[in-house]
Design a binder for this molecule. Structure first.
Ligand code: SF4
Ligand code: MG
Length: 335
C-alpha cells in the first residue's frame, strides 16, 4: 500500500478582527500543524468534539479553504501549488459527503438533475451516458431509476444520505471525505449507511476519510483513527490498537463514554469536565491540561509532541514522554 494522501504541517489560522477597521488582534488556530497520511484503499477516521478542527481539515484537503501553511500531497500532486483550473480537474478525484444531506441537496432539483450535475460540471460523458450513469448509481446505493424524477423532500434521511453518496461517486473519485455522514441519522439507519459505504469502498476501490465526533461510529469502518483536540492530532493508531490500548487521556475519556455491549465488562471511567476551550485563546503547554485528570506541572508549560510509542501508534502526552524531564530542565536552565 502506498499513501494516496500525505499531509504535512497543515495549518489554518483564521484572523480575529476587531473594531471598525477590522484590525487583526489575534488568530484562531483552527488547524494547528497536522501531519498524517492515508493509504490507498483504507479508511482513516478523524474524531473529536465540535470545534476541534476536523471539518476545517476536510475543507482544507478539498482546497475549499486555503491553508495558512503546509503541504497536501494527493495522488502525487501537491494540491496547494495547483492552479484553480488544475484544482477543478483534481476535485473529480476527491469528493465530499456531508452531515446533512438535506441541506446539501438543492430542494428545487430532481434527484436525477442533482446526480447529473457533477458530470456536467466536469464535462464528462454526453447526455445519454449521463442518464445511464445516474440510473446505474441510484441502483448502486440501493435506490432505483424511478427515484430520479423525485425531489429531495420526498425521501427519508437515510435515503437522502444514499443520494448524497451516489452524487459523490458520480465522477469516479479516489478519495471520499465524509464529514459526519451518519450523525443526523437514527441509529438503525446509521448501520445501513455504514455498511453501504463499506461495500462501496471494496467495489470502487475507494479511500475514505471519515470524520465523526464519537469514537463508537468510526470503530468498525476505520483502519486507523486520529483523535483531534483543539486543532491538533493528540493520538493516531490502527483501530484495534486505539480501542484496545488507548494512551491519551482524552482518547481514554472519549472511549469511556462509548457504551459497551457486555455489562460485566469493567471499563475504565475517565470523566472530563468543562467545555472545550476557545481555539482563539488555547491553554498553554498541553492544550488539554485544563480538562485532564492526569495533569502534571510540566503540562502547563511544555507542548507535548506527537511521538511514536509502538509501530504506527503515536501520542502527544507527557505521560508517555521520557524526554519531558530534559525539556523542562532545559527550559528552566534558559530562564
Ligand atoms: Fe494530560 Fe499532561 Fe498528557 Fe496533556 S500532557 S494529556 S495535561 S497528562
Ligand atoms: Mg463539523
Amino acid at each position: 500500500t502506498k499513501p494516496l494522501l500525505k499531509v504535512e504541517n497543515l495549518k489554518k489560522y483564521f484572523p480575529l478582527k476587531k473594531g471598525l477597521f477590522g484590525r487583526t488582534v489575534g488568530f484562531v488556530k483552527a488547524v494547528d500543524d497536522l501531519s498524517f497520511h492515508v493509504n490507498e484503499g483504507e479508511t482513516l477516521g478523524i474524531v473529536g468534539e465540535s470545534g476541534c478542527g476536523k471539518s476545517t481539515t476536510g475543507r482544507l484537503l478539498m482546497r475549499l479553504l486555503e491553508p495558512t501553511e503546509g503541504v497536501v500531497e494527493f495522488d502525487g500532486k501537491e494540491l496547494t501549488s495547483l492552479t484553480q483550473e488544475e484544482m477543478r480537474i483534481t476535485r473529480r478525484d476527491i469528493q465530499m459527503v456531508f452531515q446533512d444531506p438535506y441541506a446539501s441537496l438543492n430542494p428545487r432539483h430532481t434527484i436525477g438533475k442533482i446526480l447529473e450535475e457533477p458530470l456536467i460540471v466536469h464535462g464528462v460523458l454526453d447526455q445519454i451516458e449521463r442518464k445511464k450513469k445516474v440510473k446505474e448509481f441510484l441502483e448502486v446505493v440501493g435506490l432505483n431509476e424511478y427515484h430520479a424524477k423525485r425531489y429531495p423532500h420526498q425521501f427519508s434521511g437515510g435515503q437522502r444520505q444514499r443520494i448524497g453518496i451516489a452524487r459523490a461517486l458520480m465522477t469516479n473519485p479516489k478519495l471520499i471525505i465524509a464529514d459526519e455522514p451518519v450523525s443526523a441519522l437514527d441509529v438503525s439507519i446509521q448501520a445501513q449507511v455504514l455498511n453501504l459505504m463499506q461495500d462501496l469502498q471494496k467495489d470502487f476501490n475507494l479511500t475514505y476519510i471519515f470524520i465523526a465526533h464519537d469514537l463508537g461510529v468510526v470503530r468498525h469502518i476505520s483502519d486507523r483513527v486520529a483523535v483531534m483536540y483543539l486543532g491538533k492530532i493528540v493520538e493516531i493508531a490502527e483501530s484495534e490498537q486505539l480501542y484496545e490500548r488507548p494512551l491519551h487521556p482524552y482518547t481514554r475519556a472519549l472511549l469511556s463514554a462509548v457504551p459497551v455491549p457486555d455489562p460485566d465488562f469493567q471499563k475504565e471511567q475517565i470523566i472530563i469536565e468543562g467545555d472545550i476551550p476557545s481555539p482563539a485563546d488555547p491553554p498553554t503547554g498541553c492544550t488539554f491540561h485544563t480538562r485532564c485528570p492526569f495533569k502534571m506541572d510540566s503540562c502547563t508549560k511544555v507542548t507535548p509532541q506527537l511521538n511514536e510509542q509502538s509501530l504506527g501508534h503515536s501520542v502527544a502526552c507527557h505521560l508517555y514522554d521520557s524526554k519531558v524531564d530534559n525539556d523542562i530542565k532545559q527550559m528552566e536552565g534558559s530562564l
